[in-house]
Write a protein that binds this ligand. Structure first.
Ligand code: BGC
Length: 762
């Protein structure tokens, strides 16, 4: 093909494509791709094949335990074609340099693929993934992922290790901030939106990057919420709760998967051939590659299923882990295994083909430097437009949890506002953990946002009150909390005494959540609770602005403080977005993607629980409950207030029973009965009353965002099909069982009113 003139190639392509449907054209493209992959593979030695399965860390960022390899050896390996991918190599200059070692020295010149954790923005930082999920706004999340891709690709990157689509029901788990919360349906929808945002329609467009569905699977179910801990779940929980987002990601064409650190029922995910081979690459037909998590192949040794690196390599490659991220296990082990006749070369070939496929799709064989564009690096990163979009997504992510006597919104001419708390003028925590190239202290703080909004007439007094953390704050540094120094309390109390309204900005430091940041306590750390109560003693007119990565235990505040605004860690434009909502320029519309418990002892805590055999909520002792805390959430999944209010009509069904291949429409009228225009996230839930296995008391099955003017009514309809009601049954397959269902439509997961629907099979 090389010798053909470009013009001739163009005519040939036209001839092939003209008159064919998109599906036919895609088949032709895929067939051509397979042909190219096979022809490259046929040229490769075993050593070169193993090189493609080997990923090394660069040192531009450190997102795991640093490796012990010296730079000289690394360079030699790159030149030799012994490395197929690098992570944490950033900037046009660095990616060009690393790529050129391969292109200029290796025999086959197979380009490297550069990966990085671009989790919620690259340099323009968006809300943390959990925060952004509170917007339920799929288009907004798609857009933010596309901007992250545009910025990352402008620095030479090809691939992000995102989205994390681990369902998690445990607020103690530090990485809950990186996902979309506790619900499989919402997590699936958001995962797909983010994949579409990162990848766009065409992976070879240098403004897009390959996505990675992680962590396959079960990582969010670590016992006691302790990161990396054992996972013990049954088959039905795995199928019905954990796997649906991964199936959706695979169907959406995600380029890669990452497996997980954890074991499930005695089998580490990295060595799990049912998940990776039977399901993902078999039943689901996924043709991209699976990268291990950082060192997770080598971790099969401490897990206690492999006695040495050779055995770890053997388990992982047989189970379908294609690329070894910093485990340094495949580079030596695979060759030995082939020599010992313990590994069929066909398995290596399959893994290599998967890696090559993605590299072809990214267009790297056409031009290995196409993403390393010095001009774009200057123009495409941290632009005003990107910041404006970040502010917009941030506003949508804010959840109004409480607003007694309509304390909010505040007037911009409010006489005297006291802004208090360790996070009030914190320009770093809003960037959150997993911040990629988001610069330290680069966010707009809440204090700055409020000052910007009020302008010259601002009458704001500020006191930090207490430090939350002291010392270094970074990805790998342990966080030190301040638990002794109360010297700032007096100043805070003094300004609170003279204020008309007090904004208490409390919550979590950026590095209280994220990888390795699990906590046994999820209340206010340090001396924040004491500060809150001291201020409350002198002024009860408090708005609590809550900044956090996870759901927190805030029962005292919920009982005493009249207004609470959940603002999470909102990224670069944090303070401006918070001010937009505080002063009512924007009417909050976010809804919680996770339940807030009343006490940490309730965790794991989630709305879609099972009924149990003892569900009664009467006064007797012998039903399923804690003696000291109510079973109800403090703030439930799907919950969030607005500055206006909405009234729901009864749920109307187009029919009360239906058969396979039929559709029922469930609809509801929603009226804005308040005085302001507002947005509402309308939610559809179902309950399957009797199943071959026990079924959750409620399951989210649809949602829609509507905007209503005061007095306006809109009808929202959802289509109910047999597929929507299906689950992994006692027959060990996905099917819909005949029987009765309750159909709920409401503003959060505690909605009570339902209509009855029967599914009839014969
Ligand atoms: C994390 C992954 C991440 C990888 C690379 C691991 O420690 O679990 O989610 O993508 O490091 O930074």
């Amino acid at each position: 093909m090389r010798h053909l003139q470009p013009k001739l190639l163009f005519i040939l392509a036209l001839l092939i494509f003209t008159g064919k449907s998109t599906a036919q054209n895609n088949t032709i493209i895929e067939a051509t791709l397979e042909h190219k992959v096979d022809s490259v593979l046929s040229l490769m030695t075993l050593q070169e094949k193993i090189g493609q399965l080997n990923q090394y860390n660069g040192s531009w960022d450190v997102t795991g335990i640093p490796s012990d390899i010296d730079n000289k050896t690394k360079l030699e390996k790159l030149k030799n074609g012994d490395v197929g991918s690098m992570l944490n190599v950033l900037t046009v200059e660095a990616t060009r340099e690393a790529q050129s070692l391969v292109m200029e020295h290796s025999r086959l010149k197979i380009p490297l693929i550069f990966g990085y954790d671009v989790i919620h923005g690259y340099k323009t930082i968006f809300p943390t993934p959990l925060a952004e999920s509170a917007s339920w706004d799929l288009e907004a999340m798609k857009l933010s992922a596309s901007i992250a891709a545009k910025e990352a690709s402008a620095e030479g990157l090809h691939w992000t290790f995102a989205p994390m689509i681990d369902v998690s029901r445990d607020a103690r788990w530090g990485r809950i901030m990186e996902g979309s919360g506790e619900d499989p349906f919402l997590t699936s929808a958001i995962g797909v939106a983010r994949i579409q945002g990162f990848q766009g329609n065409d992976l070879s467009d240098p403004h897009t990057i390959a996505a990675c569905a992680k962590h396959f699977a079960g990582y969010g179910f670590a016992e006691s919420g302790r990161d990396y801990n054992t996972v013990n779940i049954g088959e039905h929980e795995l199928q019905n709760v954990i796997l649906p987002p991964f199936k959706a990601a695979s169907d959406a064409g995600v380029a890669t998967f990452m497996n997980a650190f954890n074991e499930i029922d005695g089998q580490p995910a990295t060595a799990n051939s049912y998940l990776q081979r039977t399901l993902l690459k078999g039943e689901w037909g996924f043709d991209g590659f699976v990268v291990s998590d950082w060192g997770s192949i080598a971790e099969l040794i401490p897990h206690g299923v492999a006695k040495n690196k050779l055995e770890a390599a053997n388990l992982a490659i047989h189970a379908g882990s294609d690329m070894d991220m910093e485990g340094r296990v495949y580079e030596d082990g695979l060759k030995t295994l082939v020599e010992q006749n313990r590994l069929d070369i066909a398995l290596i070939d399959d893994a290599v083909k998967r890696v090559l496929r993605v590299k072809f799709r990214l267009g790297l064989f056409d031009d290995p430097y196409r993403y390393s564009n010095a001009k774009r690096e200057k123009t495409d990163i941290l632009t005003k437009e990107h910041l404006a979009i970040s502010r917009d997504v941030a506003k949508k992510s804010i959840v109004l949890l409480k607003n007694e006597k309509s304390l909010l919104p505040l007037s911009k001419t409010a006489k005297n506002i006291a802004v208090i708390g360790p996070l009030a003028n914190d320009k770093d925590s809003p960037i959150g953990n997993w911040r990629a190239q988001g610069e330290k202290n680069s966010a707009v703080s809440v204090l700055e946002g409020i000052t910007n909004a009020m302008g010259k007439n601002a009458n704001i007094s500020y006191a930090k009150g207490t430090d939350l953390s002291i010392g270094e704050r970074s990805f790998l540094a342990p966080l030190t909390l301040n638990t002794t120094d109360t010297s700032g309390f007096n100043e805070a109390i003094t300004i609170a005494k003279h204020a008309d309204v007090v904004l208490m900005v409390l919550g979590e430091d950026a590095f209280q959540s994220g990888e390795g940041r699990s906590q046994a306590n999820i209340g206010f750390a340090g001396l924040q609770q004491e500060l809150l109560e001291a201020v409350y003693a002198v002024n009860k007119n408090i708005v609590l602005v809550l900044m956090n990565g996870r759901p927190m235990e805030i029962s005292w505040a919920a009982d005493h403080i009249p207004a609470i605004l959940e603002v999470w860690h909102l990224g670069s434009e944090h303070g401006n977005a918070v001010a937009d909502v505080l002063f009512g320029d924007d009417n909050p519309s976010g809804k919680l993607p996770v339940s807030f418990p009343r006490a940490v002892g309730q965790e794991p805590f989630y709305y879609n629980q099972k009924n149990t055999g003892r569900p009664s909520a009467n006064k007797e002792v012998t039903y399923s409950h804690h003696n000291d805390v109510s079973n109800e959430a403090l703030f439930p999944f799907g919950y969030g207030l607005s500055y206006t209010s909405f009234k729901y009509s009864e749920v109307k069904l187009s029919s009360n029973s239906f058969h396979p291949n039929e559709t029922v429409t469930a609809s509801v009228d929603i009226t804005n009965i308040g005085k302001r225009e507002g947005k509402e996230i309308v939610q559809l839930y179902i309950r399957d009353l009797v199943g071959s296995i026990t079924r959750p008391i409620k399951e989210l099955k649809g949602f829609e965002i509507i905007e209503l003017k005061p007095g306006e009514t809109k009808t929202v309809s959802f289509k109910i099909t047999a597929e929507l009601l299906s689950f992994f049954t006692a027959n060990k397959k996905w099917e819909t069982e005949a029987g009765d269902f309750h159909i709920f439509i409401g503003s959060n997961s505690t909605v009570n009113a339902y209509s009855k629907l029967e599914f009839v099979k014969n």
